[in-house]
Design a protein around this ligand. Structure first.
Ligand code: PEP
Ligand code: MN
Length: 338
């Protein structure tokens, strides 16, 4: 249910409704738009039938949200969500954000080289895993906190924001103390406890689509974050499993316009994990920007041959530079900037 307030509704009227909603054992989520304020009512909507909120002062209309994801839906918030990373960098605005860096943080030297290169070519975020979700327990699992320290150092040295994965509820606070954005990986998209914990964290979240998840499931996972009060959420299409074996995953390019229609949250595309092949990263990055993505995430390694994970899909610094040059032109053509 959403309560649409009249334009010019007073803070007292808004607070009054929030109090009533809480008294009924439900949770209010206030969204202040340019035109008007909307209050999302979360919980068992049955409880509202006995106290129709439409009669309260300042209320224009009460609407039932048809979608199973309420707060993430366009019905709840009509305008796209644009949020500030705290340093003036905006996510979800005119500028398409680029996140780049190695799959895994391997060493100080590797990370500093990668960070320098991606900054030089115009990335705004440094990516890199310190906690790695590996298919095999014998594969490199990440440097842990040491990796987080290196990410923070490299990010600060080159003026890049840091985005890195958190896999475990026990590490949310730790990762949030180093990173600017928490990444929830594809394999954890439906780790509901992790979603709840990240929803309570004071850092923006990048939520990646599960390998075999539908768009609706992705949005319901985002709803976990939003319902805990964290609205600084970005969604990421990173390829899904299909019968096709020519590429590591199949990029669902459709997900971009579908998500842009269904939700107000910014949408990112990851052509590195989406294709698994370095040579396909450029064409798919181009397609993503053309289709309306709000950001691109790419793996870049100073020496992919030696990478401890995902070498075949990692771009060399000069290849990343070429991708940046090309997607800038596409961004301009569709009324965006990079
Ligand atoms: C990653 O971005 O480091 C990663 C592991 O991606 P995904 O969760 O999409 O597989
Ligand atoms: Mn990777």
């Amino acid at each position: 249910m959403i309560v649409i307030m009249r334009s010019g509704a007073t803070p007292e009227e808004i607070n009054h409704i929030c109090e009533k909603v809480r008294e009924m054992g439900l949770t209010p989520q206030v969204s202040r738009g340019v035109e008007r304020t909307v209050i999302g009512v979360i919980g068992e909507e049955e409880k509202l039938r006995v106290k129709p909120l439409a009669a309260f002062p300042g209320v224009e209309n009460v609407v039932e949200i048809q979608r199973p994801y309420k707060l993430a839906s366009r019905q709840f918030r009509g305008e796209p969500t644009e949020f500030d990373m705290g340093n003036g960098v905006k996510v979800g605005g005119k500028k398409v954000v680029v996140m780049a860096g190695p799959c895994s943080v391997e060493s100080r030297e590797q990370l500093l080289k990668a960070a320098e290169a991606v900054k030089k070519s115009g990335a705004t975020f440094l990516r890199g895993g310190a906690f790695k979700p590996r298919t095999s327990p014998y594969a490199f699992q990440g440097l842990g906190e040491e990796g987080l320290k290196l990410l923070r150092e490299a990010g600060d040295k080159f003026g890049l924001l840091v985005v890195t994965e958190v896999m475990d509820t026990r590490n949310v606070e730790l990762v949030a103390s180093y990173a600017d954005m928490l990444q929830i990986g594809a394999r954890n998209m439906q780790n509901f406890d992790l979603l709840k914990e990240c929803g309570l964290a004071k850092k923006p979240v990048l939520l990646k689509r599960g390998l075999s998840s539908t768009i609706q499931e992705l949005l319901l996972s985002a709803e976990y974050l939003l319902s805990k009060g964290n609205f600084k959420v970005m969604l990421c299409e990173r390829g899904i499993r299909t019968f096709e074996t020519a590429t590591r995953n199949t990029v669902d390019i459709n997900a971009i316009p579908v998500l842009k229609r269904e939700t107000h949250l910014p949408v990112l595309l990851d052509p590195s994990h989406g294709t698994g092949v370095r040579d396909y990263v450029l064409p798919i990055a181009r397609a993503a920007v053309a289709a309306g993505a709000d950001g691109i995430m790419m793996e870049v390694h100073p020496n992919p041959e030696e990478a401890w994970s995902d070498g075949p899909q990692s771009l060399l610094p000069q290849q990343f530079e070429a991708v940046m040059r090309e997607i800038k032109v596409i961004a301009q053509a569709v009324g965006r900037e990079i």
